[in-house]
Design a protein around this ligand. Structure first.
Ligand SMILES: NC(=O)c1ccc[n+]([C@@H]2O[C@H](COP(=O)([O-])OP(=O)(O)OC[C@H]3O[C@@H](n4cnc5c(N)ncnc54)[C@H](O)[C@@H]3O)[C@@H](O)[C@H]2O)c1
Ligand SMILES: [Zn+2]
Length: 321
C-alpha cells in the first residue's frame, strides 16, 4: 500500500523534494495541466496525453511505450504521472508494464484523483468502450495532492470529485458526510484538505485489508456498477456524475429491500443534489442492465451491487443475472 500520500497546500513548488534522487524522470502529463503548469514540468522529459476516456486506450499505451523506448528509458527510469484520474490510470499502467515495471509517482491534479483515482494502486485502460478492462495493481512511491492545483479545476470537475467524496463518506465515515453537508468545501482550503484526508483514509483502510479486491475492497464500488453502465451508454455524464446517479440507484435498491431508511436515502440524494450532481438518467433500464452484464463487475452468473445500510455502512449484494 502506498505510504506516501501527501495532501496539502503549496506542495507543487516542492515537487523535487519528493522525487527519488539521481533517477531520470519522464513525466506523463495531462495536456490541460501542462498548459497551466508547464513551468514546473518542463525540467523533465514530458509525454503529453489528452485526458479523455476515448484516449484511455491500449493505442495510447503503445504510443507511450514507443516514446519511452525512443528516449532510451531503461528500467531505472522514474515515471511521474501528472493529471486527473485518466492520466494517473494511464501513467500507472505504463509504469507497471514498461520493461515489466518501473518506479513511479503521481501529482494528482483533480479532486477526484486526489480522493480516489491516484490512491489504491489500481490502474488501467478502456477496451471497446468498456471501462478499465485491462490494468494492474501496482503502488506508486508517492502521491502528491496539492489543493492549490484545484483553483484552476472547472466547477463541473470539482463536483465530480465531490461525488467520490460523498461515496467515501457513505462507505465508511459518517463524520465526513456531516462535514460535507455543513460546509462549502471549495471555499475553505483547510477544511477541504481535512475532507480529502478523511476520504483517502476510508479508501486506504479498506485497500490495506484487501489490496487485490477479493472482498471488502468491492465496497468502494458503491455507485459504480450502475455508474459504469451509465458512463458506457452516454457521453452526457463524466465519471463522478455517473457515480452520483449510481449511488442514488443503489439507495433505491437498498430501500426496496428494507435495508436502508427512506429518510437516509433522501439525505444522500439531497447532498448530491446540493452539489449540483445528477441523480437520475432517462436511459432505458433494459439497456443499462445489458451494459452491467458486460461490465467487469459481472461475476459468473451474478452481478454485484454495493448497497448502503446507513451513512458510513454498506454491504454487498450479489444478484442473479
Ligand atoms: N484507479 C482508480 O482507482 C480510479 C478510481 C476512480 C476513478 N478512476 C478513473 O479516473 C478517471 C476520471 O478522472 P478525473 O475525474 O480526474 O478526470 P480527468 O482525468 O478526465 O480530468 C478531468 C478534466 O480536468 C482537466 N484537469 C485536470 N487537472 C486540472 C487542473 N488542475 N486544472 C484544470 N483542469 C484540470 C483534465 O484535463 C480533464 O479535462 C476515470 O477514467 C476513472 O475510471 C480511477
Ligand atoms: Zn470512481
Amino acid at each position: 500500500m502506498v505510504k506516501n500520500v501527501i495532501i496539502g497546500q503549496g506542495l507543487l513548488p516542492r515537487l523535487n523534494e519528493f522525487l527519488p534522487a539521481g533517477k531520470r524522470v519522464v513525466a506523463i502529463v495531462d495536456s490541460n495541466v501542462y498548459a497551466l503548469y508547464g513551468d514546473t514540468f518542463r525540467q523533465f522529459e514530458c509525454i503529453i496525453v489528452e485526458a479523455s476516456e476515448e484516449k484511455k486506450t491500449l493505442e495510447t499505451m503503445g504510443k507511450i511505450y514507443s516514446q519511452l523506448i525512443e528516449s532510451g528509458a531503461d528500467r531505472g527510469v522514474f515515471i511521474l504521472g501528472v493529471g486527473g484520474g485518466i492520466v494517473t490510470d494511464i501513467a500507472g499502467f505504463a509504469a507497471a508494464t514498461y520493461m515489466r515495471g518501473v518506479d513511479f509517482g503521481f501529482v494528482a491534479t483533480t479532486l477526484l484523483a486526489q480522493i480516489d483515482a491516484s490512491v489504491g494502486g489500481k490502474n488501467g485502460v478502456n477496451i471497446g468502450g468498456y471501462k478499465n478492462m485491462a490494468g494492474t495493481f501496482r503502488q506508486p512511491l508517492f502521491v502528491l495532492s496539492d489543493v492549490d492545483l484545484l483553483d484552476t479545476l472547472p466547477e463541473r470537475e470539482f463536483r465530480a470529485g465531490m461525488a467520490e467524496m460523498i461515496k467515501a463518506a457513505i462507505v465508511g465515515d459518517a463524520a465526513l458526510f456531516t462535514l460535507i453537508e455543513n460546509h462549502d468545501l471549495r471555499a475553505d482550503k483547510s477544511l477541504l484538505i481535512n475532507a480529502i484526508r478523511a476520504a483517502v483514509e476510508v479508501k486506504i483502510g479498506i485497500v490495506e485489508r484487501d489490496e487485490t479486491e477479493q472482498g471488502e475492497r468491492r465496497k468502494l464500488n458503491l455507485g459504480h456498477t450502475f455508474g459504469h453502465a451509465v458512463e458506457k451508454l452516454t457521453r452526457q455524464f463524466n465519471h463522478g456524475e455517473a457515480v452520483s446517479i449510481g449511488i442514488v440507484e443503489a439507495c433505491r435498491m437498498s430501500v426496496e429491500r428494507g435495508l436502508l431508511e427512506p429518510s437516509t436515502a433522501a439525505r444522500i440524494e439531497g447532498l448530491l443534489k446540493k452539489w449540483g450532481l445528477p441523480v437520475e438518467t432517462d436511459l432505458p433500464r433494459g439497456e443499462l442492465m445489458k451494459a452491467i452484464r458486460h461490465d467487469k463487475k459481472a461475476d459468473g452468473d451474478a452481478i454485484r451491487f454495493v448497497l448502503p445500510r446507513a451513512i458510513g455502512e454498506v454491504e454487498e449484494l450479489k444478484t442473479k443475472n
